[in-house]
Design a protein around this ligand. Structure first.
Ligand code: NOJ
Length: 568
């Protein structure tokens, strides 16, 4: 069906932490199969699997050593085929993660490439000479490009005496997209999966493939040794490459594509997602996720600023309006790289349930394709572990750089930031029930279970009609029933209000007003217009809500008011 993804809701599965079927402490494909009924009941249309390919797991699967096989602890290709079959039987499509900006350093291409300068695979990666040598005869990297995982983006290879480029960890060398054969092999691999029955792709860092091939230094600030620049996303051939990928793969199937696109503005998103561009269906933007990082800090995302709600609203307004009728966007609060939203911008204590519902409603009633990250639908929260209990390479590399080398944060300050922003907050095992290890596994899980599992788990939520789980189920259903949610335009209300996020959607004669309180304060607001013709579509407090122009909004309250023909 054309554009099926516009009315779809995607559920993201982090396989390592979803469900362990063979009790080795690591989630797996058969575990996902066991839980498909749970997902069907929730009502999601598509699942996106984080990488399941063979991988040494330096970055939890974003370092792929073989695109044609499955990471053994996750299962086999037969398990994958069965997962596709069982999902399709339930009307659920499956998206794979496409990681082709880089491979693992254990991929056969890289093993060959590093053997000698004249190896046939040498040019599959990006190799450059040292810029010179320092006083200790240590080679100096070719330029000042920084890695997203700390330090220089270049790693010295003793054997062939050149540097290779890695925008992520040194175990993730960047592929050379200028090489036609590299691209050919990538498209062949994608077609192989598509023919197996995969329904689409979430495309990792889809806008970083095309490099600034002069490899010049980026402008830097005082004291900044290595620079991570938006220029990474402005490579001269990026749009050509994505159009080629579309022509060679996507255009041949009825599939769904979402590209992860850091550094991208709403205007640029049109160039990626407008149908006439023939590239991607939608992207993952980062602008709303960067609102609580202190700008220009030496400590990157670890310097955390308080949420400025007017700024957050402005970002959403800009994306909603700019893409309207031109492109398409994804909607997300959470994924495997972000902390849990109820801990981040909600209240994960007294108002956990109310604030989780408020956040869900504000997001899901906008235009776009919503993504639910596993556990979000039961209001899973951040965790507070000691440094050694974390697994994430980003946390450990940043600790070394910021606390031990730069000394721009103390240990305690850094740990506080990890508790708020670390990626492992999202990666703790799924909390299925209140039994040992939260019902995830009977063995010790690869990452500690969040100690709140007795209070927060899926079994408990499914027993209570008033739970976050059923709230999400309702939001998913409404998206299918109501055209205004997919098609309506967007107008922000009270843009400067520091507590209230409110907007109105309009579609022909229909109206949808959504009001959410991002605070624990009780607030009075004045709504314009004739409100007695509206009905209450959703509300997260039991008490009667009387609709009038002057409304009292309780702590973390959300409600949606609707006027017009409900069923499309
Ligand atoms: C983005 C992925 O979401 C993240 O988890 C990963 O570390 C990087 N890309 C590198 O592949």
């Amino acid at each position: 069906m054309a554009d099926f993804w516009k009315k779809s809701v995607v559920y993201q599965i982090y396989p390592k932490s979803f469900k362990d079927s063979n009790n080795d402490g690591i989630g797996d494909l058969r575990g996902i199969i066991e839980k498909l009924d749970y997902l069907q009941e929730l009502g999601v249309d598509i699942i996106w699997l984080n990488p399941v390919y063979a991988s040494p797991q330096a970055d939890n699967g974003y370092d792929i050593s073989d695109y044609f096989s499955i990471y053994p602890p996750f299962g086999t290709l037969d398990d994958m085929k069965q997962l596709l079959q069982e999902s399709h039987r339930r009307g659920i499509k499956v998206m794979m993660d496409l990681v082709v900006n880089h491979t693992s350093d254990e991929h056969i291409w890289f093993k060959e490439s590093r053997k000698s300068r004249d190896n046939p695979y040498r040019d599959f990666y990006i190799w450059r000479d040292a810029r010179g040598y320092d006083d200790n005869r240590k080679p100096i990297p070719p330029n000042n490009w920084g890695s997203f995982f700390s330090g220089s983006a270049w790693e010295w290879d003793e054997n062939t005496e050149q540097f290779y480029l890695h925008l992520f960890s040194k175990n993730q060398p960047d592929l050379n997209w200028e090489n036609d054969l590299v691209r050919r092999k990538i498209y062949d691999m994608m077609n192989w999966w598509m023919q197996m029955g995969v329904d689409g792709w979430r495309i990792d860092t889809c806008n970083l493939y095309s490099k600034q091939t002069a490899f010049l230094d980026f402008p830097s600030r005082d004291g900044e040794k290595y620079v991570i620049s938006p220029m990474y996303a402005r490579g001269p051939r990026i749009h050509e490459f994505l159009r080629e990928m579309n022509r060679e793969v996507f255009s041949r199937y009825d599939c769904v594509t979402v590209g992860e696109a850091p550094f991208t503005t709403a205007e640029e998103a049109i160039i990626y997602t407008a149908p006439g561009e023939r590239k991607l269906n939608m992207i993952f933007t980062f602008e709303h996720m960067e609102i609580d990082s202190a700008p220009g800090s030496m400590n990157g995302k670890w310097d955390i600023a308080k949420l400025n709600l007017p700024r957050l609203k402005k970002v959403f307004e800009k994306w909603q309006k700019t893409l309207y009728k031109k492109g398409w966007n994804s909607l997300y609060w959470n994924n495997h790289d972000q902390p849990r939203i109820v801990s981040r911008w909600g209240d994960d204590g007294q108002y956990r349930v109310k604030s989780a519902k408020m956040l869900a409603c504000i997001l899901h009633l906008m235009q776009g394709t919503p993504f639910i990250y596993q556990g979000e639908e039961i209001g899973m929260t951040n965790c507070r572990y000691n440094l050694e209990d974390y697994n994430d390479i980003e946390i450990h590399n940043a600790y070394r750089e910021i606390v031990q080398e730069q000394k721009t944060m103390t240990h305690d300050e850094f740990m506080e930031a990890v508790h708020k922003k670390g990626r492992d907050n999202a990666r703790t095992p799924f909390q299925w029930d209140d039994s040992e290890n939260a019902g995830f596994s009977s063995a010790r899980p690869w990452l500690k279970v969040n100690p709140r599992y007795k209070e927060i788990n899926a079994e408990k939520d499914r027993k209570s009609p008033d739970s976050i789980y059923y709230w999400y189920q309702k939001l998913i259903r409404l998206r299918k029933e109501m055209e205004i949610i997919t098609e309506g335009d967007f107008n922000l209300l009270f843009p400067d209000d520091e507590d209230i996020f409110a907007y109105m959607r309009t579609f022909e004669d229909e109206r949808l007003i959504v009001v959410g309180n991002f605070s624990g304060k009780t607030r009075e607001i004045e709504l314009d217009g004739q409100l007695d013709v509206y009905e209450i579509l959703l509300k997260n407090y039991d008490e009667r809500l009387s609709i009038s122009n002057r409304i009292t909004v309780k702590p973390w309250e959300v409600f949606a008011l609707y006027r017009g023909a409900k069923i499309a």
